[in-house]
Every structure is written in C-alpha cells, then in structure tokens.
Ligand binder design. Structure first.
Ligand code: AMP
Length: 185
C-alpha cells in the first residue's frame, strides 16, 4: 500500500478535494503548500508577505521558500506513517530537493498520481470556485505556469517508475476509487 504520495495536476484538477478524501479515509496528513502559504499570508508573517504578490499574480512562490516549508513539515511526527503532498513539487528544483530530503529521511516516495483533466473543464471549475486568485487572467497564467514548469515533472516521475495517471473528471467517488486502485496496485 502506498503511503508517501504526491498528487500532481493542474490548478483545479481536484488535488485538494481528493487529497482531503485520502487524508480522512487513510489517516495520513494532506500537506498543501497552497494552504500553508495562504495561512502565512493570513497571519501576516514575513514569509506570507513575500509570497503574496506571486500568489495574487498566479506566479510561483520562490523554490527556497516552499522547499523550506516542506522540509519543516516533513520533520513533524504525524508524517511518520505517510502523507499526501498536494501542490508540491511544482518545479524540477522542488522535485530534486524533495528527493534529497527523502534520501535524508530514508523514506522514498511510493507513488505520484497525475490527476488528468482537460483545460476547458479546469477553467470552468476555477471560475465557479471563485477564490481570490481565481480571476480569468490569473487562471490563464496559472495554467501556463503549470504547462511550462510543472508538466515536465510527469516525465521526471515516469522515468523513476513512480507515475500513475488517473482521469480527474466525473464523479468524485469514482475518481477516488481510481486513485485508490492506482495506489494499491
Ligand atoms: P494552490 O492552492 O496549490 O493552487 O496554490 C496557490 C498558489 O500558491 C499558487 O498559484 C502559487 O502562487 C503558490 N504555490 C503553492 N504551492 C506552490 C509551490 N509548490 N511552489 C511555488 N508556489 C506555490
């Protein structure tokens, strides 16, 4: 059974929703860099102030900032039995840093699940979600950032034999079932 899991997908592909279902049903924490960053912004911390402009523009926050957050989070006790990374890594530098961290911890990733949803559907979903960074311009930019920087990670993980792709459109429970089947295969 896979325990150390990355959910990879475009913004609006359902990583957050499916990550939460996995957390509730499998009892392992969901770690979302987007949630951690939004909490830092809300708290008005230095890190939050640094991150806010990039987030509002749909750009990525600097690698060293998110890598630092993940390093701290993966050292917490509740990750001992596994975790679901949601929204991290998003760049090759982040993926390589994660590999390094996991070598140090002696616990490699088990699976990377790619939630595959077509772009039209994603734009529609995000406009319905209506988060403050869900305006049409920001959405287009986030999609571009995904294509340019995050999509190449599919090859990175495929080469390492970790990647499974799951169709991310349709019924939530059916998608969840496909993810669990891929994790337990
Ligand atoms: P999300 O909630 O995953 O859609 O993330 C919201 C925003 O937070 C993104 O558009 C980025 O600005 C920032 N963010 C989240 N995760 C990362 C990451 N791994 N690397 C860089 N920026 C990130």
């Amino acid at each position: 059974m896979s325990k150390r899991i990355v959910l990879l997908g475009a913004p609006g592909s359902g990583k957050g929703t499916q990550g939460q279902m996995l957390m509730e049903r499998r009892g392992i924490p969901q770690i979302s860099t987007g949630d951690l960053l939004r909490a830092a912004v809300a708290a008005g911390s230095d890190l939050g102030l640094k991150a806010k402009a990039a987030m509002d523009a749909g750009e990525l926050v600097a690698d060293e900032v998110v890598i630092g957050m993940i390093r701290e989070r993966l050292n917490e006790a509740d990750t001992a039995n596994g975790y679901i990374l949601d929204g991290f890594p998003r760049t090759r530098a982040q993926a390589e840093a994660l590999d390094g961290l996991l070598v140090d911890l002696g616990k490699p990733l088990d699976r990377v699940v790619h939630l595959d949803v077509d772009e039209e559907e994603i734009v529609k979903r995000l406009l319905e979600r209506g988060r403050s960074d869900d305006t049409e311009d920001t959405i287009r930019n986030r999609m571009k950032v995904f294509r340019d920087q995050t999509h190449p990670l599919l090859e990175y993980y495929s080469e390492r034999g970790l990647l499974v792709t799951v169709k991310g459109s349709g019924d939530l429970e059916a998608i969840y079932g496909s993810i669990v089947a891929a994790l337990d295969a």
